[in-house]
Design a protein around this ligand. Structure first.
Ligand SMILES: C[S@@+](CC[C@H](N)C(=O)[O-])C[C@H]1O[C@@H](n2cnc3c(N)ncnc32)[C@H](O)[C@@H]1O
Length: 311
């Protein structure tokens, strides 16, 4: 066994009933870690965003010049800044004032025309209907308590046919619910000594409190993947693209120890959904509905026209 002083402190996790968590708990949690959060994020975000998530997310968004984009759950705003530098007109909203303050300070230091405002994604009434060409939301929905309402609001503020491009941690494998690595010896931090991942309690819908070493707990939520798909469908979205990003060769060369696990299981997923304005009918298909579905599908990019897969 390794000498105890060599074992780095682990992150803390605690599972609790989702109904006990309030938006105030979420806001306080994020405010309390805002300084830490900002400190680990460079101009391209943290290491997961820079190397794993954003190449796919930005690839799905494509050319954003002259597009009006909402960064929903913008945190300290690094993604809003990337999009503004690429020629988009960007608004950012978040629940946590301390993160927004960091975003606003950066905007004051180097203005890009981004407007950051405090708003719950479940109530985007500061924006009119049909305002945005695209809404982007990077690792946010699993932090949002009223996520169904948030997805409905996102559909409302999008133009018909507008795109909702988002990432979440992969609900099938994230720790501690449902995924836990079995390690041998049990206290090892070496990735080579992670034997396999146990997946269990996938269908639980619970709050998961997490904290980096020495920091206060922040609540998020575990939900099965189908809950997000049901919410998208109910809000009138159709899913156009889905990716489980893994590390590129370059990412592995630069950060092997960080990304080696991602050769075994995906930790994130990225989805592009399209606002089908009016929704897609469910149940048995009548002749009329069939032609409506076909016309809704015509609004989607064809598989071959979707561009190269980004890795
Ligand atoms: C994991 S952070 C991601 C932040 C940013 N998208 C990024 O990639 O750096 C999750 C963010 O969701 C925000 N959030 C949680 N619930 C929210 C809600 N109901 N409305 C708006 N933002 C929310 C948190 O304040 C936090 O900034």
């Amino acid at each position: 066994m390794s000498p105890s002083e060599k074992i780095p402190p682990r992150w803390k996790f605690r599972v609790a009933p989702a109904k006990d968590v309030t938006d105030a708990d979420i806001r306080k949690g994020w405010d309390a870690v805002a300084r830490w959060w900002v400190s680990r994020s460079g101009p391209r975000g943290d290491v997961n965003r820079e190397w794993i998530i954003d190449p796919v997310l930005l690839g799905f968004l494509g050319d954003v010049r002259h597009q009006r984009i909402l960064d929903a759950g913008c945190g300290s705003g690094y993604l809003a800044r990337i999009l503004a530098r690429r020629g988009a007109q960007v608004d950012g909203v978040d629940l946590a004032p301390a993160l927004l303050a960091a975003a606003q300070a950066e905007e004051a230091r180097q203005p890009l025309g981004i407007r950051y405002r405090r708003s719950d994604l479940a109530d985007l009434s500061i924006f009119g209907s049909g305002t945005f060409d695209a809404v982007v939301s990077n690792i946010v929905l699993a932090d949002v308590r009223r996520y169904r309402r948030a997805i409905r609001e996102i559909a409302r503020v999008l133009k018909p046919g507008g795109r909702f491009v988002f990432s979440i941690t992969h609900p099938a494998f994230e720790g501690p619910v449902p995924g836990q690595w079995v390690r041998e010896p049990t206290d090892t931090e070496r990735i080579e000594e992670r034997r396999h991942l146990i997946v269990d309690r996938y269908f639980d819908r619970v709050a998961v409190f997490w904290a980096p070493p020495g920091k206060p707990l922040i609540p998020g939520f575990h939900r099965p993947l189908r809950d997000y798909f049901d919410a998208l469908h109910a809000a009138g979205f159709v899913v156009a693209r889905f990716e489980e990003p893994g590390p590129s060769r370059k990412a592995l060369e630069r950060h092997y120890r960080v990304f080696a696990d991602l050769l075994r299981i995906p930790l994130f997923l990225v989805i592009e959904a399209r606002n089908a304005a009016g929704g897609i009918p469910t149940g048995p298909v009548t002749a009329d509905q069939g032609s409506r579905r076909r016309s809704l599908r015509r609004g989607l990019p064809s598989r071959s026209g979707a561009g190269p897969r980004v890795r």
